[in-house]
Design a protein around this ligand. Structure first.
Ligand code: ACO
Length: 324
């Protein structure tokens, strides 16, 4: 049986770091309010002319270097974003050209907003298992600052820009859960809730791109409940409970959602990777960015059993169980 192993991790944040105090000079808000309600202290915003594909390319290069591979080895690119450079071509195609991958390498985008990386991981993992690729780049990259309404203090303080990437490599190692690789991916969506978190406009409706709209309290409630359920589902599929996990690597929406989910799962908060204080919510980039940070600082080790989870607009949500 073929499995995809996470062979490399990379992340990239734009140079421009924006603190809560910086934002408070632009919007009627305060460092104290943002910290208390969200745990966020700062976020990064892309510079003018710095595009999602630029962030994605930098993260992908870092992940390839971490895996000890060059771009010629890549035979699939799946990129999750809700903020593509253009309506088309896919941002993944621009990354393929920028990296210098072999022409002909399949490359496409996946759009599931904040859970986009989980969806992209599920698609890439399925393709590796089906024998369609042996070395895949899975990227989450966003320039959310471009779709924020800086007149809406309830949303604009929550998000940041960034990118994260992982390299998947096919492995034929025999065995059960002790073997490194993605052991299962669990994806869900419920379009009845699309009105709770959305960007107005788009090519087919208005031809223009709008801004983020959100009913924060409702989103919060759904997030904690659905994230708890999908992590339990992922663990139960293998006869496990949260106590069996070495780490939970969640989507970094805000610290209160992270804490609420960990409490409901009865996971020690010290076992939850949190980067939200410095990154804010980078949507599809948040899980791979958190992976790259926690791998680089030594928290995530080879052999660890981890669960990834995310929820985003739609709603879409998902989880993955991975042995590093
Ligand atoms: N600065 C100062 N005051 C603010 C700000 C701000 N940035 N934003 C709102 N307020 C004020 C409101 O105007 C309101 O004032 P009022 O009482 O005088 O009317 C007060 O603060 C409370 O506002 P609420 O919206 O009720 O605040 P709440 O406690 O619900 O916190 C928050 C808002 C942080 C958005 C919360 O609902 C939340 O975390 N929701 C989850 C949403 C989320 O993280 N979404 C990310 C995308 S989805 C995902 O990734 C899972």
């Amino acid at each position: 049986m073929v499995r995809s192993v996470l062979a490399g991790f990379g992340g990239y944040l734009p140079a421009n770091r924006v603190t809560n105090d910086d934002l408070a000079r632009r919007v009627e808000t305060s460092d104290a309010w943002i910290r208390e309600r969200t745990g966020i202290e700062a976020r990064h915003f892309a510079a003018e002319g710095e595009l999602t594909s630029d962030l994605a390319t930098a993260a992908a290069r870092a992940a390839l270097a971490d895996a000890g591979l060059d771009a010629q080895a890549v035979d699939l690119i799946v990129l999750a974003t809700a903020t593509p450079d253009q309506t088309f071509p896919a941002t993944a195609v621009r990354v393929q050209a920028a990296l210098g991958c072999r022409p002909g390498t399949p490359a496409f985008d996946v759009q599931a907003v904040c859970s986009g990386f989980l969806y992209a991981l599920g698609v890439a993992d399925s393709m590796v298992k089906a024998g369609l690729a042996r070395t895949a780049l899975v990227i989450g990259a966003e320039t959310f600052s471009r779709i924020l309404d800086f007149n809406d203090r309830t949303t604009c303080v929550l998000f940041g820009d960034g990118a994260g990437a992982v390299v998947l490599q096919a492995s034929e190692a025999e065995g059960g859960l002790e073997v490194p690789g993605i052991h299962s991916v669990h994806l869900h969506a419920d379009g009845r809730h699309q009105g709770l978190l959305y960007v107005d406009g788009g090519p087919s409706s208005t031809r223009t791109v709008g801004v983020v709209h959100m009913q924060g309290r409702e989103v919060f409630r759904h997030a904690v409940n659905n994230l708890h359920a999908v992590v339990v589902e992922a663990l139960a599929a293998h006869g496990l409970t949260p106590a069996d996990l070495d780490w939970l690597v969640p989507h970094q929406a805000n610290q209160r959602i992270l804490d609420g989910t960990a409490r409901k799962l009865e996971i020690d908060p010290a076992r939850v990777v949190s980067t939200v204080a410095q990154h804010a919510n980078t949507s599809a980039a948040s899980v791979p960015l958190a992976l790259s940070v926690a791998r680089a600082d030594g928290r995530l080790k080879r052999g660890d059993l981890i669960a990834l989870e995310a929820l985003g607009g739609g709603f879409t949500w998902g989880a993955a169980l991975v042995r590093l």
